[in-house]
Structure formats: C-alpha cells, structure tokens
Design a protein around this ligand. Sequence first.
Ligand code: ADP
Ligand code: MG
Length: 325
Amino acid sequence: ATPTAVMVATGVAARFGILIKGGDALEGSANIKTIVFDKTGTLTEGKPKVVKFKTFPGLYKDQDIQSFIQSVEVKSEHPIAKAITNYIGPHNLPCSNFYNIDGEGVSGVLTWRDEEITVHVGNFNMVKSKGIRISSKIKDKYHKYENQGKTVIIASINKIGVALVAVAESELVKPEAPWVVSKLHEMGLAVWIITGDNKKSALKVASILKIPESRVIANCYPGDKKTIVEHLQGLNSKDKKDFNKTLLDETHHDDYSVLKDEFNGVMFVGDGINDSPSLAQADIGIAIGGTDIANDAAGVVLLKKDLKDVLITLDLSKKAVRKIK
Ligand code: ADP
Ligand code: MG
C-alpha cells in the first residue's frame, strides 16, 4: 500500500468514526466476496429483555430459585445476564467458583442453609454438555418459546432444571440493517449470519434481512465461528467433509454444499468477546462499537454502532486500493 493512499483513506474514515488500523486492514477488503455478521449486538441492538420467567419449584421455592439465578448472573457481563438481573432485582447471595462457559452460559457455587449448591444458567448446549436433567414439562416449554424465536435460558441447581427464562429484543434488527444488507447483496456479496443464539431467532432476523436460510448458522461456539470463517476463506478444504458432518450436526445446519462456491475473501463483523477469534481470522475484521477484546482483534473499529459504516469502509478501501495499483 502506498502510505499516502492509506493515510488519506484512514483520515477520511476517522471523520466517520471509523478506525482503520493501517494498510493491511484496508487491502484486506479488496477481494471480499463474503461478509459474515454476528447476530446479537451486531445486526440487533443487543439489548434483550426478559419476556417469560418461569420457575419450577420443588426442593426450592420460587423466591430462592430467583435469588440463586441472580447471584450467578450478576457476575456476568453478557447482555442476557443484564436482562435477567434487571428483571429479578437485587437479592443475591455470595457466589464462589464463578465461571463463564463460552457459547453456553455461566456457572457458580452458592452456600445456602449450610449446603453448597451448584447453579448453571445457560442454553441447551449447556444442558447437553453438563448433563443437566430437565423434566418433560421444562422441555416442552423450552421448545414452545424457542419456536416463537426467543432466546431460551435454562437454570439448574445441582444439575436439575428449575427455571426457564425467555429473552427477546423489542426491535428485531437495527433500523438501518435491512437497507445495508440489500446494498451488500446488490454489490454481489454473499451475506451470512453466524450466531451463538438458537436457530429460530437467527432465522427470524435472516428473514427480515432477506438472507437465505442456507447462510444462517446458529448454536455456534466461538471456535465454531472461527472455523466457519476459515472454511469460507477456502482454508481447511481437505477436511471439508468431516467439517460438514460434525459441525453441521451440532449447529443443526443441514446443507453446507453452498460453502464450496463461496471461498474467498471474508469480512467478519461482530461486537463480542466471542467474536474475537473470527475477527482475527477474517481477511478483514470489523468490530462494531463492542468490547475491548473485539476491538483489539479487529482491523477496523466502528465507533458508532451504525451498520452503514460497513458500506463506507468497503467503499473507502476500494478507492484506496485502486490508488495503490
Ligand atoms: P452471540 O453469537 O449471539 O453474540 P454468545 O456467544 O455471546 O452469542 O452467547 C451464545 C449463547 O450462550 C447465548 O445466546 C445464550 O444462550 C448463552 N449465554 C451466554 N452467556 C450467558 C449468560 N450469562 N447467561 C445465560 N446464557 C448465556
Ligand atoms: Mg454479539
């Protein structure tokens, strides 16, 4: 890159609140064929609210279950945790051994009436990976809310399901998102959604944005997101078959044949800690007004959370690269 072209482009970008970290980030977008969006906080505002909260009291009373959930979620920075703690209000117990489980949820140990209890709060991936037992009643309700396109969280005590929380965003997508995606489609780019959230809520967003179902991958762990970016870039193609089988089974994504046509430059747009591996892997990673960790991993940072700035970034890079050549 000629230093002048880079300087001019980064200077113009800065006026839009677009931080371009040097020439590589600019040139990365020259060969972009595919643009991958994280869903929550990127295409959506990322401010979910609790819309259903159901406890299944037995050994523990409703009030106790609520305070157990609260005690663990106050320690999490996740938007879902914020929604839950705002809903329950301030009555928590001291929590030890707190940890985040990537792509699944959170866990902690509480002392309650001289007894140690282990609390898990997270999605169905967590239920499976931790061997949490849930009654058929909870399972039915889980599917019911999920089918409505909500994000459904299960809470358990000592690995027995005791509560269901459904969260949803009041506006399904950011106001500018449909227009931006239609522009990207007009430019001939393949637009994908990759999310840690469930398939139904991802499909709801996709249908508003006119993104085909074959380009929506849900239930992703942060590592999955990175692997998918690699495959879209055309790396790892020799183990593509295995990748198709294992990853697709887990993400409930049925048909991956579409991948082979779309190898090439990949732009990834995301906001969260869970997006940083893919932001770093992509030919150009764009962090959108998100966490410090995402901003560090990305080549471009959009200081406003406006998706239109993705289009401006693409435009500026093209112009800069044309000047370089
Ligand atoms: P996304 O790709 O949508 O930004 P994340 O990787 O941040 O998603 O989270 C994936 C999923 O993990 C969430 O949709 C939620 O089901 C679950 N999860 C993560 N953190 C928490 C938490 N603190 N409490 C409950 N569930 C959580
Ligand atoms: Mg996100």
